[in-house]
Write a protein that binds this ligand. Structure first.
Ligand code: FPP
Length: 253
């Protein structure tokens, strides 16, 4: 069962989002602006990941989810895909110790079966070795797509409950949501996309139903604690109605 569902119950509002989800966009343009290869932007992007993980931990965010590689990113030039895979491997090799010190639990969601065996092994090791950490739950979405997630949830639900095939009307939201790859987390309160584009790009399409959407013009390699503060200040002032009216909210206060 998911921790909560925005269409079934109304989560508490606090000044710091409990769950922050980010599309880290603009690495390529950051590099191109500097006459560097796009891959240099991804390398700088790893430094931004480090800064944002630390800064979310300090601010009391419980769940941070980063979109690192979409199901559609395989369409990029082979050289860029290979560099990204190497970066994931190097980052896992180098950073897991630091995550331990910071009390960060790491999970990877996505269809990781398509990654090379070494990367799959590192993912399993990193998840296992951080399993007891609880300061911050960091999820990296890799070879992830929101539609893939809904499909795999439906397939697993039916495989485990063949009786639903004869009574599809018995399938409700909670039943399906329990099989989504992030069923362990509440739905994101705040979504940030850097790099100036205003799209969801097949990220957590089920879970973003009532999430506040924030778009930053900053390229991901430039994104840091001050940008997080700006996004949180904006989030704090949002009126999250979850289908209710403003008058209903005023009555409640
Ligand atoms: C989008 O920028 C970024 C990506 C597809 C890759 C994200 C990867 C990282 C930040 C580095 C590795 C991360 C981890 C977790 C180890 P883009 O290339 O689409 O930029 P553009 O829109 O300017 O071309």
């Amino acid at each position: 069962m998911p921790v909560s569902s925005s269409t079934l119950d109304i989560p508490e509002h606090s000044s710091v989002p409990r769950h922050l989800a980010i599309i880290m966009d603009g690495n390529g343009r950051w590099a191109t602006d500097r006459f560097l290869p796009r891959t240099a932007g991804h390398m700088r992007g790893v430094q931004a990941v480090r800064r944002v993980v630390e800064s979310c931990g300090r601010r009391g965010v419980e769940f941070l989810t980063l979109f690192a590689f979409s199901s559609e990113n395989w369409r990029r030039p082979q050289e860029e895909v290979s560099l990204l895979m190497r970066l994931f491997i190097q980052t896992l090799e180098k950073e897991v110790g630091k995550l331990q010190e910071q009390g960060v639990r790491l999970r990877i969601v996505g269809d990781i079966g398509r990654f090379e065996p070494r990367l799959q092994e590192l993912i399993r090791d990193a998840e296992e070795s951080t399993v007891h950490n609880s300061t911050l739950n960091l999820t990296i979405a890799a070879n992830y797509g929101g539609r893939w997630d809904i499909l795999q949830a439906t397939q697993r639900l039916l495989a485990q409950h063949p009786e639903y095939a004869a009574h599809p009307e018995r399938i409700d939201e909670a039943a399906l949501a329990g099989y989504l790859s992030m069923a362990y987390a509440p739905e994101p309160d705040l979504f940030i996309r850097t790099g100036g584009e205003q799209r969801i790009s097949n990220f957590l399409i089920w879970q973003l139903a009532y999430t506040e959407l924030y778009f930053s013009p900053a390229y991901w390699p430039d994104f840091g604690p001050r940008d997080i503060d700006d996004a949180f200040a904006w989030y704090k002032d949002r009126e999250r109605r979850f289908g209710r009216t403003s008058a209903q909210l005023a009555d409640k206060n």
